[in-house]
Design a binder for this molecule. Structure first.
Ligand code: PLP
Length: 447
């Protein structure tokens, strides 16, 4: 037990830390980061201090319109009053209980996710990549038969993934991610994974056989440059898996939970997957991911087969439940559709003025603008002019604004983007972006 003296000592230590942290300048914080962090990210030399709604502020007080949204995480922007209130209330009650007990939020959150998705059961993880890991394990588990010897790969064990895909950085997830620079340094990867050309049903049929336990795809490829799966391709994947007792897994970590103006991007199709993966915006910025499954998948799972310490804690689940309630209460799906349409119309008008715009892709508030020239200088210029965007695969500018973005903010964004296009010196592209097969046909259908 802390004595009065140690309590006093802790308090003065805390006070002195607070004083020194206030005194440390942005420059020294950046120096510490430079010296002590593993250099896994190419970061901008900027220190963000806080955000409010669709705006972020840096240590010099500069304001940025946030059309990146923490890469699809900050769907309610920053400091949303209901999220702040929930986090304050719940953190004073309980931050963590272990998964050996119930708490008030996991069950109701699972019920709501099931209702939104049409799935039956939920497993909570901490991130997108962990949700992918869980789904890959469940797919292999479901495909095992009574005659498969323990520890030996089942006859049905292959997972089909796709060119241009991104599913995360842990071993399973990186093994189903196609980008070589993310994969090759870490070989050998998880065995039994084959890549199919995205949106190419012939290649899918050619590579599918009775050894396949799952097809794993992003309903809209995000990091790959905002490429939606075609209806024909989805139907082919669904019918091959259904006929052969394999699973269709939809990674909706970036495109799900409202981003496209539907609860889930696959809801534009007439069939559902067997497993749906969500994360990014789920707990409004707190780490939380989830694997949503049918009852048929859940029937293979028993206690001890999978688990996590932190996944599904009370603070994250209460916040996620509030996030989903806000989407419903504030009719945000309608806002996403309306603002998305305004954005695409405005971008189409810009495409008429700037010939380097090759294509505008996406749905709702998940939009990619493919350029015929390098996109990085535009991202830098945007930053200078107080706009946050990013660029994937060198040529595609990606916009992922918060679901609460207003019409005025969309107009502000379009005005800023036009100025950025006008004022940024342009370099000719050294190479052109490689397109996933059959993409142009999909674009025509989704525009
Ligand atoms: N799947 C998709 C489609 C993603 O976009 C991402 C992250 O960008 C992931 C999985 C991995 O999620 P996380 O970074 O939370 O592990």
């Amino acid at each position: 037990m802390a004595t009065a003296r140690t309590k006093l000592a802790m308090t003065s230590a805390q006070k002195s830390r607070r004083r020194s942290s206030r005194a440390s300048s942005a420059a020294s914080i950046l120096r510490d980061a430079d010296q002590f962090l593993l250099p896994t990210y190419k970061r901008q030399p900027l220190l963000f201090t806080h955000g409010r709604g669709c705006y972020v502020f840096d240590s010099r007080g500069k304001k940025y319109l946030d059309f990146l949204g923490g890469i699809a995480v900050n769907a309610l922007g920053h400091a949303h009053p209901r999220i702040v209130k929930t986090i304050c209330r719940e953190s004073a009650r309980a931050i963590h209980f272990c998964n050996l007990f119930h708490h008030p939020y996991q069950g109701p959150l699972a019920r709501k996710l099931a209702a939104w998705s049409g799935m039956d059961r939920v497993f909570f993880a901490n991130s997108g990549t962990e949700a992918v890991e869980g789904a890959m394990k469940f797919a292999r588990l479901c495909a095992r038969t009574g005659s498969d010897a323990p520890g030996v790969p089942a006859h049905k064990h292959r997972i089909l993934a796709f060119t241009n895909s991104f599913h995360g950085r842990t071993y399973g997830a990186v093994s189903v991610t196609s980008t070589e620079k993310y994969r090759l340094p870490f070989a050998p990867l998880v065995p039994g994974i084959d890549f199919v050309r995205f949106n190419d049903p012939d290649d899918l049929e050619a590579k599918f056989d009775d050894t396949v336990c799952a097809i794993l795809l992003e309903t809209i490829q995000g990091e790959g440059g905002i490429y939606p799966v075609s209806e024909h391709f989805w139907n082919t994947a669904r019918s091959l898996t259904t006929k052969n007792g394999a699973l269709l897994i939809a990674d909706e970590i970036q495109c799900g939970l409202g981003r496209t103006g539907r609860y889930f991007a696959y809801q534009k199709f007439s069939s559902k997957p067997d497993i749906v993966l969500v994360a990014k915006p789920l707990a409004a910025g707190l780490p939380l991911g989830a694997v949503l499954t049918t009852q048929a998948v859940a029937d293979h799972i028993s206690p001890g087969l999978h688990g996590t310490t932190f996944g599904g804690g009370p603070l994250a689940c209460a916040t996620a439940l509030e996030f989903l309630n806000i989407i419903e209460d504030d009719h945000l799906l309608a806002n996403i559709r309306a603002r998305g349409e305004e954005l695409r119309d405005g971008l189409a008008a810009l495409a008429g003025k700037f010939p380097f715009i090759r294509e505008i892709r996406g749905e709702g508030l998940m939009i990619g603008v493919e350029l015929s020239i390098d996109g990085a200088p535009f991202v830098q210029q945007a930053l200078l002019r107080g706009l946050l965007i990013n660029c994937t695969h060198d040529f595609t500018l990606r916009f992922l604004p918060p679901f609460i973005v207003t019409r005025a903010q969309v107009r502000q964004f379009l005005r800023q983007l036009e100025t950025i296009f006008l004022t940024t010196p342009q370099k000719a592209a050294a190479s052109q972006p490689a397109k996933p097969a059959a993409t142009r046909a999909v674009l025509a259908a989704t525009r």
